[in-house]
Design a protein around this ligand. Structure first.
Ligand code: SF4
Ligand code: SF4
Length: 324
């Protein structure tokens, strides 16, 4: 039986999603039996021309991780879309922008200034920053990809067939998704390959979350010893479980760490708005001072509520002026 041709590509990512394939452990051997990886820059040395030479639709499935920040990433996403029967947005950066999309809170200029000019360890008296077009002293022309003003999620630039969030997706999630793809047992196109419920519903501390909960202040984990048997919210510790998609097996909660929301939003594209709405019903405080005091325990609200999903939020998806 001929093997299924598959590709894995990284856009604006940390490499963790590629690592999650390796985390399959011995299960990767069974996948290797059925799959021929024809393009995987993290693990092989293919050239873009290898993909360009393929027939349209020749690749059965492409797993694309990372968000879209540069013209090169957009080009590769579109190329793989054309060459692939199925495209999976793999990991939370591809699905929702991920941590790189927190950069949507600043601008391209802000990033370049900070990275190349103003960090305390930078020595750059001539103020040299990367340019898309430049010439070397010898007269050679050099081109760099365009760096976009905005970080996009994958389905902002190409049609995506399935979404597998996670930062990164764990081995079980990857094995289940690959099994479904290889068996052709897939939900309708456009689906998440994870349950459509909030993490709280499967969390083993859910029974300790009272029906009626009131929070007057948020405590930071660095200041308290969390009770490993009680719902974090019940202890006044922010946990993103109510606004986060289920499917990870809640390893963080099992490790006595609150959920930070890496599976992305459930029930709404705006994870932060959903969490704020959940908190709105349980936070107590009449005056601005009382609310401000309660929020003191959340020193980075945007980074807390939108850590993985800025590109799919109302806030972080508005800046489309440079949309490819
Ligand atoms: S808020 Fe967190 S700890 Fe509480 S039930 Fe939900 S996921 Fe579990
Ligand atoms: S518990 Fe939350 S942060 Fe941890 S893996 Fe699951 S979704 Fe991600």
């Amino acid at each position: 039986m001929s093997k299924v041709k598959a590709a894995i590509y990284w856009c604006s990512s940390c490499g963790g999603c590629d690592e999650s394939i390796v985390d399959l452990g011995e299960r990767i051997l069974a996948i290797r039996e059925a799959v021929d990886f024809v393009f995987w820059p993290c693990a092989m040395d293919p050239k873009y021309s290898d993909v360009e030479a393929m027939a349209d639709g020749e690749i059965v499935v492409s797993l694309i991780n990372g968000s879209i920040r540069t013209s090169e990433q957009e080009y590769m996403a579109k190329l793989l879309r054309r060459k692939s029967q199925l495209v999976v947005a793999f990991g939370s950066c591809a699905c929702f922008g991920g941590i790189p999309a927190l950069a949507n809170l600043t601008s391209k200029k802000g990033i370049f200034d900070r990275s190349y000019l103003t960090t305390p360890t930078t020595v750059n008296p001539e103020g040299i920053v990367p340019l898309e077009h430049s010439k070397t002293a010898e007269g050679y022309s050099m081109e760099l990809p365009s760096f976009y003003e905005t970080v996009y999620k994958l389905d902002d630039v190409i049609e995506v067939d399935y979404f597998l969030p996670g930062c990164s997706p764990n081995g079980d999630m990857v094995a289940n998704a690959m099994g479904a793809i290889l068996a052709g047992k897939l939900p309708p196109k456009g689906s998440m390959l994870l349950p459509d419920i909030a993490l709280c519903q499967s969390c083993d501390r859910n029974s300790t979350k009272p029906e009626s909960l009131t929070i007057t202040e948020f405590k930071r984990l660095i200041h308290v010893q969390a009770d490993p048997t009680q719902c974090f919210l019940n202890q006044g510790i922010l946990c993103m479980g109510p606004a986060t998609r289920d499917g990870c097996g809640f390893p963080c909660v099992k490790g006595n760490m609150p959920c930070t929301g890496c599976m992305g939003p459930v029930g709404s594209k705006d994870q932060g708005a959903r969490m704020l709405s959940a908190l709105g019903g349980i936070m107590e405080g009449e005056t601005e001072e009382q609310i401000a005091k309660a929020l003191d325990g959340i020193p980075d609200p945007a980074g807390t509520f939108y850590r993985y999903s800025m590109s799919s939020s109302f806030m972080g998806s508005h800046r489309k002026e440079n949309k490819p």
